[in-house]
Design a protein around this ligand. Structure first.
Ligand code: ADP
Ligand code: MG
Length: 740
């Protein structure tokens, strides 16, 4: 007698050889099998007399086998099973290709039910490869709504239906994780009814109701999990960072532009969070070019002015160095020491306002570096950038002499310890792997050097403190998704572009217009601008062919199209220092055109570039194309984006058309979500969720209701002691997906 936990190979009806194939579908025991849901239903609900059949329809008939035989086509050497069925109204033929053994199961005189598509040939109407079963059995494969499952080699939907039907009685043994009261309030079926409805519905209402129930269950668990993470995070204590309005105002006054309304609002939200004794966990979600870096700089400054350290982590060395330079520049009138730590770079930059007491002290502090190393460059504003050894840099960080450390994941290595780190900023957080994020979450608790007696230490009197966390992402997240998946975070949205921006003009281009586009590029360059040509290919495994494609294109463009211009080449196989050089050369106008692979996607800032050509646009999601496009339109000049496509289908047009029509990353993300679904959209992270939930993500009402019940449950029973089944569900969820 099997139970829910019985392994598949122990079920007498299942041949052990199926174990491996079922494993591929993620099915190891009876429970898994019952939770293997159909992805669609074939409607065979109409049982017809044979005389009423017509070609092209999907129908079901019931009758007696009148004759059956195997034939072999001489042309294709195919073996065909041919069976004649009769009912009171007439005869019909059924044929199966390459399944001759079917004739053994369908001997003359047997009562059978057939479902499938009816076709017509010179011999009349016939069923081709219909589903069939013994007419004396309750219908599972024919008649009614027939479930169609995700299959794999050796495991057909027919086989699954048969097995699941035999085991479905065990569904009653599964305890329902959703409290009965909630099911009643929402008019949702119990777990065992829902399982029956989802596998063998009597009508569409039944499976729709069942799907709703399972989606609600997943979403409820997800929301509870988010709330729990949030409350655990809020139980930690963090250093209070007082908001010093005056010094922030002085800083913003020194900027060459006004903050946008959205920047002000986001910064204020952050300042308020930082003043609290609980750690902030906030996501700054803004479109490309919306000015996230500045908001990060403002937050950092607030912490630095209060005497704390800040770290800023970027996903690539190029980006880390760019942040180092731009933040050093904007802080050139502040008294701050900024470090850069990546695998290739270890440097510090001492910024100080002229003649101040503090600045002299700072310079004295670093005099030993000046003896032992050469200044990398000494730029305007007394800025001094020094190249130093990693060990020295780490010592300075530990001693609290560096106010802000910028870098790649090199700054979350075990030996990087701070004196009083109070704010951690993660740029383009979605680019970091799950492992790195998990490490950060865990490591953040001990990131400050624990042996501290210093009163300025973040640990001070209140015991262990952890830094505030600010994550930034340039992939605008549609509201439904952030509601569903980021319930554990507070979110600030930068939905307003700086005023000086002109919307980028975007055009879909076919091969015939290629020459015209090149002419246009030439004209732009003649008037002093620069251009990007992007060769995107996604997978890591294709890095080599990506390199080849970009190299070949670089050659073709330099030799045949723009022999008079100078072209640079940037690709992922270059060393960091080589990439820097290419980028620097491009920024310094040594190149007119930069041919690049997808490495440029992340945050590179060259305001003089006004044209971007993107090849092979079919390969990319809209959000990613929007990211590429964001490489231009960063300065005062009108910018243009040309999307090359070899495809002229209506689908391509409508997809890329979204980019032509809108410059808003949020609109485009919404469209991307509709087209590709949230799994694609969020990357592999959330792929552990079942399809049903994924399809329901767009259902704001479902999310809101789940959230409301999740809050009720957590308020009454914070540790889920009275909801052990939900607790278990959440445990499973945490294993399959990774919330921030
Ligand atoms: P992203 O949000 O994509 O990270 P950045 O922070 O790199 O955008 O900002 C893009 C550009 O916009 C930078 O050159 C920055 O100096 C500029 N910028 C930021 N805020 C403003 C503003 N309020 N007004 C004008 N330009 C701004
Ligand atoms: Mg950025």
């Amino acid at each position: 007698m099997p139970t829910l936990e019985t392994p598949i190979e122990k079920i007498p009806k299942i041949n052990p050889k199926y174990r491996k194939a079922l494993g591929k579908l993620g099915i190891a025991n009876v429970r898994d099998l019952l939770f293997h849901f159909p992805f669609r239903y074939d409607d065979y609900s109409e049982l017809l007399p044979i005389s009423d059949l017509s070609a092209g329809e999907t129908s079901t008939v019931e009758g007696e086998v009148a004759a059956s035989r195997q034939i072999r086509t001489w042309k294709k050497k195919m073996r065909i099973a041919e069976v004649f069925i009769k009912d009171g109204s007439g005869f019909v033929r059924a044929v199966w290709f390459n399944q001759p053994f079917i004739t053994n199961s369908l001997p003359k005189g047997k009562m059978v039910r057939l479902s499938g598509k009816v076709s017509l040939d010179k011999n009349g109407l016939f069923f081709s490869n219909p589903a069939w079963e013994n007419a004396t059995r309750e219908p599972t494969n024919t008649a009614g709504l027939v479930p169609v499952y995700p299959e794999t080699e050796g495991i057909t939907s027919k086989w699954l239906r048969w097995q699941i039907q035999g085991l479905l009685r065990l569904a009653k043994k599964i305890e329902d994780p959703i409290p009965e009261k909630i099911l009643e309030q929402l008019h949702l079926p119990s777990l065992s009814s829902a399982l029956k409805y989802i596998h063998f519905p009597q009508n569409p209402q039944e499976y729709i109701l069942a799907q709703k129930r399972f989606a609600f269950q997943e979403m409820l668990a997800l929301q509870i999990a988010s709330l729990k993470i949030r409350s655990t995070w809020k139980k930690e204590s963090a250093a209070k960072i007082p908001f010093d309005e005056k010094s922030i105002q002085n800083f913003t006054k020194s900027l060459p532009f006004e903050l946008t309304g959205a920047q002000k609002k986001a910064a204020m939200q952050i300042f308020q969070d930082l003043e609290k004794p609980q750690p902030m966990n906030r996501l700054l979600n803004g479109d490309v070019g919306s000015g996230k870096t500045l908001v990060a700089a403002l937050s950092a400054l607030s912490a630095i002015n209060a005497g704390f350290q800040v770290s800023l982590m970027a996903p690539t060395e190029v980006l880390a160095r760019q942040h180092f330079e731009s933040i050093s520049k904007s802080f050139s009138n502040q008294n701050t020491t900024i470090g850069l730590l990546t695998n290739s770079y270890k440097m510090i930059n001492v910024c100080h306002s002229e003649h101040s007491e503090e600045s002299r002290k700072n310079m004295d502090d670093t005099s030993k570096f000046r003896d032992s190393s050469t200044p990398l460059r000494s730029a305007q504003n007394d800025k001094m950038v020094l190249d130093i050894k990693r060990e020295e840099l780490l010592n300075e960080i530990r001693a609290g002499k560096i106010d802000m450390i910028i870098g790649t994941h090199a700054i979350i290595q075990k030996d990087v310890r701070f004196k009083n780190l109070a704010l951690v900023i993660v740029d383009e957080q979605h680019r970091f792997g799950v492992m790195q994020r998990a490490y950060l979450q865990q490591e953040i608790k001990t990131i400050n050097d624990p042996v501290k007696t210093d009163p300025k230490s973040v640990h001070g009197a209140g015991g262990l403190k952890i830094p505030h966390l600010l994550s930034m992402t340039a992939t605008p997240i549609p509201r439904t998704l952030s509601l569903a998946f980021f319930g554990n975070l507070d979110i600030s949205v930068l939905d307003e572009m700086p005023k000086n921006r002109k919307p980028i003009e975007t055009k879909i281009i076919n091969e015939k217009q290629r020459e015209q586009v090149y002419e246009f590029v030439r004209a732009q360059i003649r008037s002093g601008r620069q251009a990007f040509v992007i060769f995107p290919l996604v997978e890591e495994s294709k890095a080599l062919s990506e390199l080849k494609a970009a190299t070949a294109e670089h050659k073709r463009l330099s030799e045949n199209i723009f022999p008079d211009l100078s072209l640079g080449l940037l690709h992922g196989k270059l060393k960091s220092s080589e990439k820097e050089k290419v980028m620097d050369d491009f920024k310094n106008k040594k190149f007119d055109i930069l041919v690049a692979t997808s490495v440029v996607e992340v945050g590179i800032d060259v305001p003089n570039a006004t044209v971007i050509i993107i090849e092979d646009t079919e390969r990319f999601g809209l959000s990613q194309l929007h990211q590429f496009r964001g490489r231009v339109g960063r300065g005062e000049h009108q910018s243009y984006c040309f999307l090359f496509t070899g495809s002229s289908t209506a689908k391509t047009k409508s997809r890329l058309g979204a980019l032509e029509k809108s410059n808003s990353g949020f609109d485009i993300a919404q469209k991307d979500l509709e087209l590709r679904g949230p799994g694609q959209f969020l990357g592999t992270r959330q792929s552990g969720l079942p399809d049903i939930t994924m399809e329901n993500i767009a259902n704001v009402r479902l999310i809101e209701i789940s959230k409301k019940y999740a809050e009720e449950i957590i308020n009454d029973d914070p540790d889920l002691e009275n909801h052990p089944l939900l607790a278990e569900e959440i445990g499973n969820l945490n294993r399959s997906i990774h919330l921030e």
